[in-house]
Design a protein around this ligand. Structure first.
Ligand code: DU
Length: 226
């Protein structure tokens, strides 16, 4: 299928030397708790329901999360916070993701990110975000049922807006201001929703709690007609 072609192109991408080197090194050194595991250490393809109506966009794989397991938000603190919320709302078949082959399925949702390789310090460069944006464009083109895009954090928000400018859907990004709960009807009929990113930096400090996070997805379900 077109979508599996997109996923293959992502997993075999070599466009950013800095990120490829970093991910490979993380996979060789590993974290003590994961010494017995083979890290994915490749760019991480999107995951979910090909008929998704809700597209969830993160920043990038976590060094010891998706860069280890090969599936978005699988095996790290962000995923441990997000999947229970998605499960409560019927968007995920189980409340936890531990590995690529744990049987977890999403329903009516797809998870991607604006950068597909784990970046040092969780900070991709502007050039790396630009390099990666064709993957997002190809993925979005293959997900024909999407009505709502939930951007997790400002980098995902800006990355998705850059994609909208590139494809000519919007002229400028300036009118779209990121906040938790930001909502914009886009000229192409989709709705853009903003959420704080469920990183430990936000969830451990209480900047983002599960109630606040669930509210975004309740609204997404409503807008998606689910
Ligand atoms: O083999 P497959 O049914 O195409 O599933 C591939 C992959 O996508 C697997 O990790 C399950 C996931 N998935 C999903 O999350 N939701 C769906 O509706 C269909 C597949």
């Amino acid at each position: 299928t077109v979508l599996s072609g997109v996923q293959h192109a992502i997993a075999t991408c070599e466009r950013c030397a800095r990120l490829r080197e970093y991910c490979t090194r993380i996979g060789e050194v590993k974290r003590r708790a994961y010494q017995d595991q083979e890290y994915w250490a490749r760019p991480v393809p999107g995951f979910g329901d090909p008929s998704a109506r809700i597209l969830i966009l993160g920043l990038a794989p976590g060094a010891h999360g998706a860069n280890r397991t090969g599936r978005p938000f699988t095996g790290d603190g962000s995923g441990d916070f997000m999947y229970p919320v998605l499960h409560d709302l019927g968007l995920a078949s189980k409340p936890q993701g531990v590995s690529r082959d744990d049987g977890l399925k999403l329903r009516k949702a797809w998870i991607g990110s604006v950068v597909r390789c784990a970046p040092p310090g969780d900070k991709p460069t502007p050039e790396e975000i630009r390099n990666c944006s064709p993957h997002l464009t190809a993925e979005v083109a293959a997900l024909k049922k999407v009505r709502v895009v939930v951007c997790l954090g400002k980098i995902a928000w800006d990355g998705y807006l850059a994609h909208l400018v590139n494809e000519g859907t919007i002229a400028r990004r300036a009118a779209y201001k990121f906040s938790h709960g930001a909502e914009y009807a886009l000229p192409n009929g989709l709705t853009l929703l903003g959420s704080y990113h469920p990183s430990l930096r936000n969830t451990l400090t209480g900047r983002l709690n599960s109630t606040m996070f669930a509210k975004i997805f309740v609204r997404a379900l409503e807008l998606a007609g689910i």
